[in-house]
Design a protein around this ligand. Structure first.
Ligand SMILES: Nc1ncnc2c1ncn2[C@@H]1O[C@H](COP(=O)(O)OP(=O)(O)OP(=O)(O)O)[C@@H](O)[C@H]1O
Ligand SMILES: [Zn+2]
Length: 961
C-alpha cells in the first residue's frame, strides 16, 4: 500500500479510545518510566491542525493511527491503524483495561451512538469520509477544511469507578472541553461491559482526563457528581497521576497540539523563530480560541503587560533559586494573576535556564500543551473538605514526575475554607522543597490572616490605560482589524485597569465586522461621547437651566443610564483637572479646557466633582435617578468660584445658624450636618430626601436656582432672602418641597405666589412639584437664651402639571403663568400645625412647641397619617397661632390647636380638589377619639366642614384656585 494510504479497520471505538488514552500515559506503573512501549511512544505524535483539532498520530510510514479531537467545536475523529491496534491489545492485557464509552453527539445534542465500533476507511487523497456505525465523521485535516457535519463525541472514558458513580447518580457529563454538559434527556450510557476498567487507577484517571486535551482538572472535577467526592475523595488526590498522569494547568486555553511534547526542541520545536530571530509563539497559538482574551493569554513574562514589578521579582526568585513554597497572587480581576501563575509554574520547570518559559524545551512543551504532570491547577471549591485536601497534600508529597517542581495553582483561593487553609499551611513544612503552591485571588480580604502572613505576596495592579491601549493595538494588528486608535484608548479607559475587560470589548467590537470606531465603542458600551458630555457639563456650569435639563433628559432618555453619566462626567472632570488635554483631543474638549482654565474654574470643577460623587451615592438608592441627576447637574451652575468645601459642615452650619438659629438644637435640621441622604422609606413607593448636613448645600442651590427663575425682581429677591427650601422628597414621582419662611407675613406672601414658586421648582427639578409652605418662628428660650424653632405648616398645594421647562414670563400674572403650564391641581391643602398644648405660659416667647413636618408619619401615598408634638415642651404661647398673617380667620386668640389627621387616603381621592390633611381641633377636643375620627362632611368652594364627634368645628379653608 502506498504511503499515506490508510487501511480501513473495524475496531471497537471504545477500545481504541482507551488505548489512545493509555498511549498518552505509557508509563510503567511499577517504574513510572516511559520505557515500556518505546516504539509506540516514539511513534506517537500530537498535532494541532488549523482548526484546533487535536490528533495523536502513530506515525507508521504507510499507516497511521489518529485521534482527532476538536477541542473547541466538540468534534472528534478517531481511527487507528493495525499497528496501533496491536499496541492497544498489549495495553489492554497489560493493564486489564476497561472499555471506555463514547458518546456521539450531533450538533443538536442528540446521541448518535454509544459504545459503537468504529470503522475507519481507507483514506486516500480527498477521500476522507469514514463511517462510524452509520455516522459520518469528517476530518478536516483530510478534507482540506471541508466539514459537512459536525458531530460531538464526548470522551467519557470511564476509567474510574467514579464514572460509575456518576452514572448511577445520573450526574451530568461535562466531559467536553467546553465544559458543556450533556443534556439529561440524552439516553444514558449503557451499563458498563465486562471490558470496563475494573478499578480505576484512582483519582489519577480523573486528573488524567483532566489533564488530557479533553478536560482540565476543574472540568474533570466538576464533571462528577458530589457523591463522587463524598465517597472517594480520599483516593482522589492520592492516586492522582497514576493514570495517564497528564494533568493540565493550561486549562483555560485551548491545548496546543503541535508536536510531540516529549520531542526535542530541535527535532520538533514548539517555537519558531521569526526573521529577526525572535521567538514567536505564533504557531503554537495556531488554534481557534473562543475569544481574543484566550487567544492572547500571555505565555511568557515578556507578554505580561503592566506588571513589571511582579515579573522582575519572580524572575529574580527563579534565577537566584530562592523558591518558596507558598505564593499569593492577588489584585483586581483581569490583570494577569492566573496567567502569571501559569507562566511562573512553567518557568520553574523550564529546562532552558533562561528563567522564563522558553516554550521550546520538553517541560515547556508538556506544560503548554496541557500535559504537564507536575503542574496542576486546582479548583478551590473542590478541595474544601478534610479528605480532599488531605489527598491533595498526599499527592503533593510524591516527587515530581519529570520536572523540578511540582506546582499547584489554586485559583480563587478565597473560596478555600479555614480548615483547608489550615491543612495546607500545616503541611508546608513537611512537604519537599520542590512543592510550590501558587494561590490566586482577587479578594485578599477574604483570606484568613494566618494564611496571608505566611505567603509571599505579589500584588497585581490595575493596568494603565496606555498599556491596555497598546496591547489592544497589537491585537488589532495581529488580527488584522481595522481600528481607530481613539476607540482603543476609549476602550482602555472604560476597562478600569482590566486587560481582560478591554479584550472582551474589543472582541465584541471586532465581531461587528466594521472598523472599530469611537462611536461604535460608545454604542456598544452604552455611553455617550465625551464631547456630548462636555457640552452638558458646560451647560450645567452655565446658568442655562432649561437647556441643561433638556439636554440631560435627552441623553438619559436615549442612551445612557444616569449612574453611568455621573461616573463618565466625573471622569471627564478629573481629566480636565489633571490637565489631560492633549493636542489630539477633540475640539470640544480643548474648548472646554480653555474656557475653564482659571483658578476659580478649577475650584468649581473640583467642587462639581464632589457634588457628582455625592449624587452618585444618592442615585444608587433612588428610583428617580434621572431627576436626581438633573438636580445634581443644576447645582453645578450655582457653585461659587470661591473655594467652597462641601465637607466643611461647619460652614453649612454657620449659614444655617445665621438664618435659622441653632441647628444643633433643632431636630428638624439639627442632626449633624453631614450629607444629603436619600432614604427609601419602608414603603417602597416613597422616597425621601431629608435635610441632613451637606444636603443643605443641595437644597440651597435648588432654591437659589428656583428663585432666580422668578422673573419678577421683587419676588425673586423676596424668595432668596426670606425663603428657604428645607426639605425635598419624592412621592410617586412628585417632588414634595417644604418651604420655610420666618415671619407670618412672608409665609402669607409666599402663599400668594405659590404658582410662581411651584413653577420655578418644577423647572429646576424637571418634575411635578407639591409645595408646602411652613412658618418657622424662632423663639428665644428665656433660661439659656437660645433660639428655638416653632414650625407651622401653613399651606400645601400639590400640582400635577405637564411639565414644561419654560419659567413664567416676566411680569406675568397667574393667568399668564397658566398659559404656560397646563395645570391640573390634584390636591389642595391648607392646614396649620401649631402647638396643640396649652403651656399656660403667658409670656409669648418663654416656651415653644414644634410640630415637625419631617417627622410626620406618612402612608403609602405620602399623605400624613399622623403628626405629633416632638418636643418635650408641651406649651405654646397662644398668640403663636393668632399671629397676623396666618390666613386662618377662625384661629381665635387663646385657642390652642391640636393636630389631627385624616386617616383614609381614600377620602383624599374622593375629594381631590380640596383635602385637608391636617386640621386644628379646638382646645377642648383632646380626647383620643377626637384625634382619630375626623371626617369631611361637606365641602364647598371655600369652606370645609369638619365633623368631630362630640364637637362641631368649622374650619375655613382657602381654596388655592
Ligand atoms: N497583565 C496582563 N498581560 C497580558 N494579558 C493580560 C494581562 N492581564 C489580563 N490579561 C488578559 O486577560 C485574560 C485573563 O487574565 P487572567 O486570567 O490572568 O487574569 P486574572 O487576574 O487571573 O483574572 P481573575 O482574577 O478574574 O481570574 C488573559 O487571557 C489575557 O488575555
Ligand atoms: Zn522551557
Amino acid at each position: 500500500m502506498a504511503d499515506g494510504r490508510r487501511h480501513s479497520v473495524d475496531l471497537p471505538i471504545t477500545r481504541t479510545l482507551i488505548a489512545l488514552r493509555r498511549v498518552r500515559s505509557l508509563r510503567d506503573p511499577s517504574t513510572n518510566s516511559m520505557s515500556k512501549f518505546p516504539a509506540l511512544l516514539e511513534n506517537a505524535t500530537w498535532e494541532t491542525n488549523s482548526t484546533n483539532e487535536i490528533s495523536i498520530q502513530f506515525a507508521k510510514v504507510s499507516k497511521e493511527g489518529r485521534l482527532n479531537h476538536n477541542g473547541l467545536s466538540g468534534w472528534k475523529n478517531l481511527c487507528l491503524d493495525e499497528h496501533s491496534e496491536d499496541q492497544v491489545d498489549k495495553f489492554d492485557s497489560q493493564y486489564d483495561m476497561g472499555k471506555p464509552e463514547l458518546i456521539f453527539r450531533d450538533s443538536l445534542g442528540g446521541v448518535k451512538s454509544l459504545d459503537t465500533p468504529l470503522r475507519t476507511e481507507n483514506v486516500e487523497g480527498d477521500n476522507c469520509e469514514r463511517e462510524t456505525n452509520g455516522t459520518t465523521l469528517l476530518s478536516e485535516e483530510y478534507c482540506g477544511g471541508r466539514r459537512n457535519k459536525v458531530l460531538d463525541l464526548v470522551c467519557a472514558t470511564p476509567l474510574s469507578n467514579q464514572l460509575e458513580d456518576r452514572d448511577s447518580t445520573n450526574g451530568p457529563i461535562t466531559g467536553s472541553p467546553l465544559g458543556e454538559s450533556i443534556d439529561q434527556s440524552v439516553p444514558r450510557q449503557k451499563p458498563r461491559s465486562k471490558n470496563q476498567v475494573k478499578s480505576y487507577s484512582g483519582v489519577g484517571d480523573i486528573l488524567s482526563r483532566a489533564g488530557s486535551p479533553c478536560l482540565s482538572v476543574s472540568d474533570a472535577l466538576s464533571s462528577h457528581s458530589t457523591s463522587l467526592f463524598a465517597n472517594e475523595a480520599a483516593e482522589f488526590m492520592v492516586q492522582n497521576d497514576r493514570g495517564c498522569g497528564i494533568s493540565c494547568c493550561w486549562t483555560k486555553t485551548p491545548r496546543l497540539r503541535d508536536s510531540n511534547p516529549y520531542s526535542d526542541a530541535e527535532g520538533n520545536p514548539l517555537l519558531s523563530r521569526d526573521v529577526a530571530g525572535k521567538r514567536s509563539w505564533k504557531h503554537i497559538t495556531n488554534e481557534t480560541p473562543r475569544s481574543l482574551s484566550q487567544k492572547f493569554r500571555p505565555k511568557s513574562f515578556d507578554e505580561l503587560v503592566g506588571q513589571n514589578v511582579v515579573v522582575r521579582s519572580l524572575l529574580g526568585a527563579i534565577s537566584k533559586g530562592r523558591i518558596t513554597s507558598l505564593y499569593l497572587f492577588h489584585g483586581p480581576r483581569g490583570t494577569g494573576k492566573t496567567s502569571a501563575s501559569r507562566i511562573f509554574a512553567a518557568a520553574l520547570n523550564c529546562l532552558s535556564h533562561e528563567y522564563k518559559p522558553c516554550g521550546v524545551c520538553r517541560e515547556c512543551a508538556a506544560f503548554f500543551s496541557g500535559r504537564s504532570r507536575d503542574v496542576k491547577e486546582v479548583d478551590s471549591m473542590r478541595i474544601n473538605g478534610a479528605k480532599r485536601i488531605g489527598s491533595l497534600i498526599k499527592n503533593a508529597s510524591m516527587p515530581p514526575f519529570s520536572s523540578r517542581f511540582k506546582v499547584f495553582i489554586v485559583d480563587e483561593c478565597h473560596l478555600l475554607n479555614e480548615e483547608t487553609w489550615g491543612t495546607v499551611l500545616n503541611s508546608l513544612e513537611n512537604l519537599s522543597q520542590n512543592v510550590v503552591f501558587v494561590m490566586v485571588t482577587p479578594e485578599l480580604d477574604m483570606l484568613p490572616r494566618s494564611a496571608v502572613t505566611r505567603c509571599q505576596k505579589y500584588h497585581f495592579t490595575k493596568i494603565k490605560d496606555a498599556d491596555i491601549a497598546g496591547r489592544l493595538r497589537n491585537i488589532c494588528v495581529e488580527e488584522d482589524l481595522d481600528f481607530d486608535q481613539v476607540a482603543l484608548d476609549f476602550i482602555a479607559a472604560k476597562s478600569s485597569g482590566s486587560l481582560r475587560d478591554a479584550e472582551i470589548m474589543l472582541d465584541q467590537l471586532s465581531l461587528l465586522g466594521r472598523r472599530i470606531t469611537l462611536s461604535l465603542a460608545h454604542e456598544l458600551i452604552g455611553v455617550v461621547s465625551d464631547d456630548e458630555l462636555f457640552d452638558l457639563l458646560d451647560l450645567a456650569l452655565s446658568s442655562d437651566t432649561s437647556s441643561t435639563v433638556i439636554r440631560a433628559r435627552e441623553l438619559m432618555g436615549s442612551r445612557i443610564d444616569p449612574m453611568r453619566l455621573v461616573s463618565q462626567m466625573a471622569n471627564l472632570i478629573m481629566d480636565v483637572l489633571a490637565g489631560k488635554c492633549q493636542d489630539n483631543s477633540s475640539e470640544v474638549r480643548r474648548k472646554f479646557s480653555r474656557k475653564h482654565a482659571s483658578e476659580g474654574d478649577v475650584q468649581r470643577l473640583s467642587y462639581a466633582l464632589k457634588i457628582l460623587s455625592e449624587s452618585e451615592k444618592q442615585l444608587r438608592m433612588s428610583k428617580n435617578q434621572s431627576t436626581w441627576l438633573t438636580v445634581a447637574l443644576l447645582q453645578l451652575s450655582s457653585l461659587e468660584a470661591s473655594p467652597m468645601d462641601v465637607n466643611d459642615s461647619k460652614s453649612s452650619m454657620r449659614n444655617g445658624h445665621d438664618r435659622d438659629g441653632d441647628f444643633s438644637s433643632t431636630p428638624s435640621t439639627g442632626e449633624s450636618l453631614k450629607h444629603l441622604a436619600l432614604r427609601s422609606c419602608e414603603d417602597s413607593k416613597l422616597e425621601r430626601l431629608q435635610v441632613q448636613g451637606d444636603c443643605k448645600v443641595t437644597l440651597d442651590s435648588i432654591w437659589k436656582r428656583a428663585s432666580e427663575l422668578c422673573n419678577s425682581n421683587s419676588l425673586r429677591s423676596f424668595l432668596r432672602k426670606q425663603g428657604k427650601l428645607s426639605s425635598l422628597h419624592f412621592n410617586k414621582g412628585v417632588a414634595v418641597a417644604e418651604l420655610e419662611f420666618h415671619h407670618p407675613n412672608y409665609a402669607s406672601k409666599a402663599e400668594k405666589s405659590w404658582k410662581f414658586i411651584a413653577s420655578s421648582l418644577q423647572t429646576v427639578l424637571g418634575c411635578n412639584v407639591e409645595i408646602r409652605i411652613n412658618l418657622v418662628l424662632c423663639a428665644p428660650v428665656s433660661k439659656c437664651g437660645k433660639l428655638r424653632r416653632l414650625s407651622f405648616s401653613l399651606f400645601g398645594c400639590s400640582r400635577r402639571t405637564h411639565y414644561k421647562s419654560h419659567p413664567p414670563v416676566e411680569g406675568g400674572s397667574d393667568s399668564d403663568y397658566s398659559d404656560h403650564i397646563s395645570e391640573k391641581p390634584m390636591i389642595r391643602e391648607k392646614a396649620i400645625s401649631a402647638c396643640p398644648s396649652d403651656c399656660g405660659s403667658q409670656a409669648p416667647h418663654n416656651c415653644y412647641h414644634r410640630v415637625e413636618v419631617g417627622r410626620a408619619l406618612r402612608n403609602s401615598e405620602g399623605n400624613v397619617l399622623s403628626i405629633g408634638p416632638t418636643s418635650s415642651h408641651r406649651s405654646l404661647p397662644d398668640d403663636a397661632s393668632k399671629t397676623p398673617g396666618h390666613g386662618f380667620p377662625s384661629s381665635k386668640a387663646g385657642e390652642s390647636n391640636r393636630q389631627v389627621t385624616i386617616f383614609s387616603s381614600q377620602e383624599a381621592e374622593d375629594q381631590p380638589n380640596c383635602f385637608p390633611k391636617r386640621l386644628r381641633l379646638p382646645k377642648k377636643s383632646r380626647s383620643s377619639d377626637a384625634m382619630k375620627v375626623v371626617r369631611i362632611d361637606n365641602h364647598q368652594e371655600n369652606k370645609l366642614a369638619l365633623s368631630i364627634p362630640g364637637k362641631e368645628s368649622i374650619e375655613n379653608m382657602h381654596h388655592c384656585q
